[in-house]
Design a protein around this ligand. Structure first.
Ligand code: MN
Ligand code: MN
Length: 444
């Protein structure tokens, strides 16, 4: 079996047009909440699609076509991305600098996050329920924030002699947020932390945020700036959050553009995959069962047996990214079973680690069905294992869908630099994911 570059099999203009819309989406949406808002707006006038929002951070899109008793075709991705969150009591002053305490979210390499411009995206919820949207750093004229790194002249021992995973401890990731001391002295009493005091005043005046409000906030520190075309030929897109917004975007476009449906379709955008799919917006939550119960109830189906049967008869793609071969680090892959950038949609029968442990491992019959659908629709695809046996490993939402008895397979876009602030994907792989997901929804 020998793959060929997908570029030789496509209309380049069609690929570039699709990718440009995706690039704009990726530049604009940097939190799960922002993706949900974007998709609600995108689909608001779309006939035949129903949206079910889960706590503003996960979304289910239902294409009402055909008898639900035969089960659904499901494509499930996730819209949370590794990042760094503010702690509930973040603000402090040290050495005349205002700083914020942070706690990282998901699998990051901490050294990649220092010495770069960062933006703050998220929400602050006031005691009375008022939601203040925070989006600072990505708009024209906005300041940015950063984690200042240590100079090489003084880091030889404290960083250089350490393992790379220990060189930047999590508690050293304190965000730099200010330097100017407050001018006025309140009622002649000396204010202790004048720089912090000044930041509190700015937060109150400009954003109506008070110190205690950070307790009920979700503010995510994310890379500042737009996603960019990469390479002289502009064949790649680099940006923050391809994992897994690339599969989220392509699966939403697939359900939006599908001309027919093999079965009623569900596109699910989950939250919290990067921290184990726990919580009531993650794939381990029974919230999805609640949504399906609602769909069935509207069709007059309320018995438990039919709910179970509908789920058992469903078929799913767990749409998530995988590792593309990086020419400089080939040794972590077994090349014949590794995904190559530009070779199309990557199908993974299993993920997991240590002898397929913790993996869904799709059945041969279902893999055959998906293979037939992709081939019939001229989708360029390839097989993918995440890496060499026992090299490491990882998981997706596949195993949580399969808990319901749903036949499930992993299929997504191969990336370079996954989980970094600047992940790389090929435009043609993004396009093939879209084509592949659409084919899965359309084809019997
Ligand atoms: Mn992922
Ligand atoms: Mn991930």
């Amino acid at each position: 079996m020998k793959g060929t570059s997908a570029w030789s099999k496509v209309d380049k203009k069609e690929v570039f047009d699709f990718a440009e819309n995706y690039r704009k989406f990726l530049s604009q949406c940097k939190t799960e909440r922002e993706v949900v808002e974007y998709m609600k707006e995108l689909l608001k006038d779309q006939d035949g699609l129903k949206l079910f929002e889960i706590r503003g951070k996960a979304l289910v899109i239902f294409a009402d076509s055909g008898d639900v008793k035969n089960g659904f075709r499901i494509i499930a991705s996730h819209i949370d991305v590794p990042r760094i969150d503010l702690k509930p009591n973040p603000l402090f002053e040290d050495t005349e600098l205002a700083m914020m305490e942070t706690h990282y979210y998901g699998g990051i390499k901490k050294y990649q996050w220092v010495a770069r411009p960062l933006a703050l995206h998220g929400v602050v919820v006031k005691e009375d329920g008022t939601v203040i949207k925070v989006n600072i750093g990505d708009k024209e004229g906005d300041p940015v924030f950063t984690f200042a790194d240590l100079l090489p002249h003084l880091s030889r021992k404290i960083q250089g002699d350490k393992k790379i995973s220990e060189a930047i401890p999590g508690e050293k990731l304190d965000l730099l947020v200010g330097n100017i001391p407050v001018e006025k002295i309140i009622k002649d009493t000396e204010v202790k932390d004048k720089v912090k005091e000044n930041i509190l005043r700015i937060l109150k005046e400009q954003y109506n945020i008070e110190e205690e409000d950070f307790v009920s906030a979700e503010i995510e520190i994310v890379p500042q700036g737009e996603a960019k075309d990469v390479g002289f030929d502009k064949g790649l897109i680099g940006g923050y959050g391809h994992d897994d917004r690339v599969c989220a975007y392509t699966s939403v476009m697939a359900i939006k553009d599908a001309r027919k449906f093999a079965k009623p379709a569900l596109v699910i955008l989950y939250d919290k995959e990067e921290i184990g799919s726990d919580g009531n917006t993650g794939a381990q939550s029974l919230a999805i069962e609640y949504v399906i119960t609602q769909i069935l109830k509207e069709k007059g189906i309320t018995d438990y047996y039919t709910l179970r049967e509908v789920m058992y008869k469903s078929e799913a793609i767990s749409a998530d990214v995988t590792a593309g071969v990086n020419p400089g680090w080939k040794e972590v892959h077994e090349i014949k079973n590794a995904a190559k950038i530009g070779y199309g949609l990557a199908i993974s029968k299993y993920t997991g680690h240590g002898g397929k442990y913790s993996s869904n491992d799709a059945h041969a019959e279902f893999v055959a069905k998906v293979r037939r659908i992709l081939n019939k629709n001229n989708v360029v695809w390839q097989v993918a294992e995440l890496g060499k046996i026992d090299e490491g490993g990882g998981g997706t939402v596949a195993k949580y869908l399969s808990k319901f008895g749903i036949d499930t397979i992993d299929a997504g876009v191969p990336l370079l630099g996954m989980h970094s602030p600047f992940e790389i994907a090929s435009k043609v792989d993004i396009y093939m994911a879209y084509k592949g997901y659409k084919a899965f929804l359309e084809t019997e």
